[in-house]
Ligand binder design. Structure first.
Ligand code: GDD
Ligand code: MN
Length: 365
């Protein structure tokens, strides 16, 4: 009888998988009463052969399952998809790099079965926890700060809402799943702050180990992802996160436009028209690259060919947006609107257009 599914999101973790499955078996076999377990690797098409390694393990042990996602990236969405893909009544999420000790899994199942809490969380900040082996005082401080801000903004009372190691009944996850953002924020915090019913939490002190093979994927993205997440949970319900990113980058693009125009027109004496053409191309390219990296990080275009086609589509979208912008402003002014208001209305309409169109035709799949 299947009792527990452990979801293991992976990105370039090939050399950690075999030993991890062994460790999980050592912790779980015979520890779940009559219940069995399965491990589901959710791999985002790692280039190091992680998915193939997972399939090799799966052929040797049918409790190991593999989901290989193509053209997608993201820890949170990988965790959600894994949890939705099992029939087990309990679901856990755990890192695949040996930083999380599987010995906590049976204790968590027990706590859920006896109804001690709705959610079990392995905490790096609970009494008895330790991060000595991690050896990353910088990350430790960042995590502490992030936790403090997260607690303030979401009202979730927990020593480690950033933890990537937790367990809950599958139905609890399914209740909130349709409302999870899947982008940015840490999945646990997202679940706790999205749930309409206040979920009770039991914390388990974790000895956060050093990563086994490979390196962390969250280092560069972490601060940005965190900010996006905070926005998503606070202002995101008024102006959608993606649109806010798109708009902010667009505003930066205006600065790029003016700077390039000044450079070409004033410094190089290209004449106004050629200066403008250069500035438009520079600003659009700037917007395209930043949106590809940030706004659509989860759907990022990688290949050179893809980038060229994407850039062309983006340019086409923006030129139609520019027509809409000018047209709306013109129509308003001719009906007696103030020129500043008319211009702003044009910009808003043009941006919404650019956003709607490019999210479908440039980054849509
Ligand atoms: N499928 C998928 N897609 N998996 C990913 C991705 C992704 O884009 N990015 C990372 N992973 C996997 C890794 O392969 C690893 O198994 C796990 O998610 C955690 O990623 P790490 O790169 O090892 O993250 P970390 O050790 O820096 O961060 C850990 O600590 C944070 C707190 O400081 C994680 O547990 C985080 O969840 C946690 O918030
Ligand atoms: Mn890690």
């Amino acid at each position: 009888m299947l009792k527990l599914a452990v979801i293991l999101p992976t990105f370039n973790e090939r050399d950690n998988l075999a030993s991890l499955v062994k460790r999980m078996a050592a912790s779980l076999d015979g520890a779940l009463g009559i219940g069995g377990w399965e491990a589901i690797f959710v791999d985002d098409d790692s280039q190091d052969g992680t998915a193939e390694e997972a399939r090799t393990l799966s052929r040797a042990d049918h409790r190991v399952r593999v989901i290989q996602r193509i053209g997608r990236r993201g820890l949170a969405s990988a965790a959600i998809e894994g949890m939705m893909a099992t029939a087990a009544p309990y679901v856990a999420v755990m890192d695949a790099d040996h930083q999380h000790d599987p010995a906590l899994l049976p204790l968590m199942v027990q706590a859920l079965e006896t109804g001690e809490a709705d959610v079990c969380v392995a905490s790096r900040f609970a009494p008895g926890a330790s991060m000595a082996d991690w050896n990353r005082p910088d990350r430790e401080k960042q995590s502490e700060l992030a936790n403090r801000i997260a607690r303030k903004l979401t009202g979730v009372e927990l020593s480690d809402p950033m933890s990537g190691y937790f367990m809950m009944p599958a139905h609890t996850l399914r209740d909130v799943a349709p409302r999870l953002s899947g982008i940015g924020f840490k999945i646990l915090l997202d679940i706790l702050s999205t749930s309409e019913r206040k979920l009770t939490v039991k914390e388990f002190p974790l000895s956060f180990a050093a990563r086994a093979a490979g390196e962390s994927k969250l280092d560069q993205a972490i601060a940005f992802e965190f900010l996006v997440g905070l926005y998503d949970k606070t202002l995101g319900r008024f102006i959608p996160t993606r649109f806010a990113l798109f708009g902010t980058i667009g505003a930066l693009g205006v600065v790029v436009h003016l700077a390039v125009l000044w450079l070409l027109y004033k410094m190089f004496g290209t004449g106004f028209l050629y200066g403008q053409i250069g500035a438009v191309i520079a600003a659009m390219t700037f917007n395209f690259i930043l949106n590809n990296e940030l706004t659509y990080a989860d759907k990022r275009i990688h290949s050179l060919g893809g980038l060229a086609v994407g850039w062309l589509k983006f340019a086409l979208t923006c030129s139609i947006g520019a027509f809409a912008n000018v047209g709306v402003a013109e129509a308003l002014v001719s009906r007696g609107a103030h020129w500043v208001l008319a211009a702003i209305a044009g910009i808003v309409i043009g941006s919404v257009w650019n956003y709607a169109l490019s999210s479908r035709f440039v980054w849509g799949r």
